[in-house]
Ligand binder design. Structure first.
Ligand code: PEP
Ligand code: MN
Length: 367
């Protein structure tokens, strides 16, 4: 991560490169917290250590956080590494305990931002205090609800307020745990240009392999920082094991990120491009799945032809397919050549599958 950006003041910190917040999804043991924090502190590129101690979990019975004892471990992190600390708070009691323990940054989680009563309760507990607060986007794609959460905290007199983009839950299947929907944070930035925007690629991706691309996109969109879940032993983590990285992996990601200077126009362009690419990825996934289904039916036909002793190639049917598909393709603005090529390939593949059926190389075909 090269410091090619302008010097910025983000939430009271003066930085020459994006603000990096790192630490485990959850504080689990004192040893895990200290080990992770010491490795993170050694990287020098991280400015804030995060750890959840009260964890909002989808189902009861999952690890719901270590609770208040974790605050003592975070005090130790600050004392021994010098890193400021951050925790998630979901109600007034959490806010009071975190402040009493000297936690430096507070964040409001996605499941709390959805509820104006909860955000207001937190705002009232923090009224007039000089503590930076980050507000994660609500789980649902509602920009006004996110802005409303930010406004409630601002109205309580809190001056250092930031927004965390952690993606939006969606019924559609996608490669992401939470869809980025870049147009929402970009619109937030347009409407609230003074609110620093931090991207949380961990909760967007749900999978550590995708982190770099999302983190780079956020930096290309001129975000002020990143929050990346980092654990000394990600695979053994008690929450979000698939998306956490080791401190060494975090270092690799951060070193790979290129910080560019981008204009407002660029940011809008890049956000749309990214959303289009997400759509392409989803459509391609559907295409592959449809082709798989089509070949399954071709194999069933192969079984049938084998039983009846008829040839694989049925010329009249093949002619009919070419004619119908090229006509359908033209209606969708596809060139005749392209549709012909595609269907010749598909037909070849069908023949190949049916040949395997005829030659008893594939026998597990069931309707
Ligand atoms: C977290 O940061 O660990 C967390 C629970 O995030 P979110 O509120 O974005 O789900
Ligand atoms: Mn998490």
């Amino acid at each position: 991560m090269e410091a090619t950006t302008k010097i910025r003041n983000v939430l009271g910190l003066t930085l020459a490169s994006p603000l990096i917040i790192a630490g485990p999804c959850s504080a689990e043991t004192e040893e895990q917290v200290m080990k992770t924090a010491k490795s993170i502190a050694a990287l020098k590129s991280v400015s804030i250590f995060r750890a959840g101690i009260w964890k909002p979990r989808t189902r009861p019975g999952q690890f719901e956080g270590i609770g208040s004892i974790g605050l003592e471990w975070l005090k130790r992190v600050k004392k021994e590494t010098g890193l400021p600390t951050a925790v998630e708070i979901a109600n007034a009691k959490h806010a009071e305990e975190a402040l009493k323990a000297g936690i430096d940054f507070l964040w409001i989680g996605a499941r709390t931002t959805v509820n104006p009563f909860s955000v207001q309760e937190i705002a009232d507990a923090l009224r007039g205090l000089d503590v930076p607060v980050l507000i994660k986007n609500p789980v649902n794609a509602d920009l006004d609800l996110w802005i409303g959460g930010i406004e409630r905290i601002q109205k309580a007199g809190i001056k250092k307020v930031g927004a965390v983009h952690r993606g939006f839950s969606s019924a559609d299947k996608s490669q992401y745990r939470n869809k980025p929907m870049w147009e929402l944070p970009v619109e937030l930035k347009r409407r609230m240009p003074d609110i620093p925007l931090i991207c949380d690629p961990s909760h967007i991706c749900g999978n550590r392999d995708l982190l770099f691309t999302i983190a780079q996109t956020a930096i290309d969109l001129d975000y002020e920082g990143l929050m990346i879940e980092t654990h000394s032993n990600p695979k053994g983590a008690l929450s979000d094991a698939n998306q956490q990285v080791t401190p060494a992996e975090l270092d690799d990601i951060l070193k790979k990120i290129v910080v560019r200077l981008s204009s407002v126009e660029d940011r809008k362009f890049l956000s749309s491009l990214e959303d289009f690419r997400d759509q392409i990825d989803e459509l391609d996934t559907k295409l592959i799945s449809l082709l798989g289904d089509r070949m399954h039916v071709a194999r069933l036909i192969g079984e049938y032809k084998k039983k009846k002793g008829v040839t694989i190639l049925q010329n009249a049917r093949w002619n009919e397919i070419v004619e119908k598909r090229t006509k359908q393709g033209t209606e969708k603005l596809l060139t005749i050549d392209f549709v012909k090529k595609i269907f010749e390939s598909i037909h070849q593949e069908s023949i190949h599958h049916q040949k395997m059926i005829m030659e008893n190389l594939l026998t597990d075909v069931k309707a």
